[in-house]
Design a protein around this ligand. Structure first.
Ligand code: SF4
Ligand code: SF4
Length: 427
């Protein structure tokens, strides 16, 4: 991408001030106005009020700096990136949208609700620092919902915010007391695994242990920035991206890969941050990041993957998250679970689930969110006996709410097969 600004060197990385104009550059000018993106946009298809990616992205951008108010219906964009994947001209419409949203919030205040939903890690660290913090947090959320306080703040009354787990992932990992090994990976656990679903991170640890790896943690990692970008906190997302990239580059120098078990985290670390901030060092850091099953597939290709001794005959309905599709790595979880685990994996080609992080929790977008997910929910409920899997935490939340079906991360299915092997070492 051409840019009138100089890219970072290793010396000045993170020292320059963030400016939205870094990444706007000539992206919009590549648009040939074919409207293919608008035809594919799940929000345009679910809600007539949204003017769609062509108008909200490249077209609005051409006039953005001449207008006082940039927002219009941009608030309805979910950052699902379907438009980017559709565009034959290579326009990163979602990047334009998110930077425009950030520009809007440079001069407009955020709602308390937005601060709350997009700064999950900050609130979690506060609760974790006090005795019985997770219980207090869960109780507070329950009361706030029951009394209508959350609703007054703009959180839909119908949905329950995810509860905090009693132990954080890091606490559980420390308790595990792993044997040091020569082969190591760093898990970028992300906010949700750290505070709400440590079992997903522990499933990854089990799989890696069975493959002869030690899983390291890095306390200096911060939120990947995905929820911050969606809520318009672009400057904060830039700061987080720099902190994370410096750590990833540190691990890269040690030849230790960084792996994430959330497709929004892995996309942000691999390429979304680089695209947003047009920074070569962010892209370079991204080359040392893998999504969990992408890494397992690499092991398999190198002949290093240890097959689980147990096989499963389960049918798995697989909702592929939009942010995995955007990585362009196919569906490695399907390949591993079928070839190594024996499962029958049916990929559900029903598009975006509509959850998009906090989008499904916001009063003004909750209905659209469910409308987007309708095809997915109906498809899942055609097969009531099958198990449901998805690699993204918020997709899993949406399916559990919209289709009323328990949904697991595919790594939990795989870990279970290795776990069975450990239970019976003679096999
Ligand atoms: S952004 Fe791409 S898909 Fe959308 S109208 Fe422009 S060229 Fe077509
Ligand atoms: S990112 Fe998704 S919701 Fe936003 S304009 Fe593109 S396709 Fe539509």
């Amino acid at each position: 991408m051409d840019n009138q600004h100089e890219r970072s060197t290793s010396e000045d990385f993170g020292k320059r001030e963030y400016s939205a104009s870094y990444a706007f550059s000539q992206m919009a000018d590549a648009c040939i106005a074919c409207a293919g993106c608008t035809a594919s946009c799940p929000v345009t298809n679910a809600d007539g009020e949204y003017v769609g990616p062509k108008l909200i992205g490249p077209a609005q951008h051409r006039f953005a700096f001449a207008e006082e108010d940039l927002e219009k219906t941009l608030k309805y964009c979910t950052n699902c990136k379907t438009c980017d994947r559709t565009c034959s001209a290579g326009v990163k419409v979602s990047t334009i949208n998110m930077l425009t949203r950030g520009k809007y919030y440079d001069s407009h205040p955020h709602k308390v609700r937005d601060m709350m939903l997009s700064n999950h890690s900050l609130a979690s660290h506060v609760f974790r620092s006090i005795p019985f913090g997770s219980k207090i947090a869960n109780f507070t959320l329950k009361i706030a919902r029951y009394c209508g306080i959350l609703n007054m703040l703009g959180v839909t009354r119908n949905r329950k915010l995810p509860s905090y787990s009693a132990d954080s992932f890091v606490d559980m990992l420390l308790d595990l007391d792993q044997t040091p090994k020569n082969k190591k990976v760093v898990l970028f656990q992300g906010c949700f695994i750290e505070h709400n679903a440590p079992k997903v991170g522990m499933a990854f640890v089990k799989v890696m242990e069975a493959n002869g790896y030690e899983v390291l943690r890095d306390e200096k990692f911060v939120c990947c920035g995905s929820p911050l970008v969606s809520a318009g906190y672009i400057e904060k997302a830039w700061e987080n991206s720099v902190i994370n990239a410096k750590r990833i580059l540190y691990w890269q120098r040690k030849k230790i890969p960084v792996v994430a078990c959330c497709t929004s985290c892995s996309l942000m670390l691999k390429e979304e941050a680089g695209e947003l901030f047009d920074d070569e060092l962010l892209f370079q850091a991204g080359t040392n990041v893998y999504d969990a099953f992408e890494f397992l597939k690499k092991l398999k290709q190198n002949g290093e993957l240890v097959s689980p001794s147990k096989k499963s005959e389960e049918t798995l309905l697989y909702h592929v998250p939009c942010h995995l599709l955007s990585q362009g790595i196919g569906t490695p979880a399907k390949e591993i679970l079928e070839n190594e685990g024996g499962s029958k994996v049916k990929v559900l080609n029903t598009g975006c689930c509509g959850m998009a992080g906090s989008y499904g929790f916001q009063s003004e977008t909750a209905k659209i969110s469910l409308k987007i997910g309708e095809d997915l929910f109906n498809r899942i409920n055609e097969e009531p006996e099958a198990s449901v899997i998805s690699d993204c935490a918020t997709c899993r939340m949406q399916i559990e709410y919209g289709a009323k079906r328990k949904t697991l991360h595919p790594i939990e299915i795989l870990a279970d097969l290795y776990e069975k092997k450990e239970e019976n070492p003679s096999t």
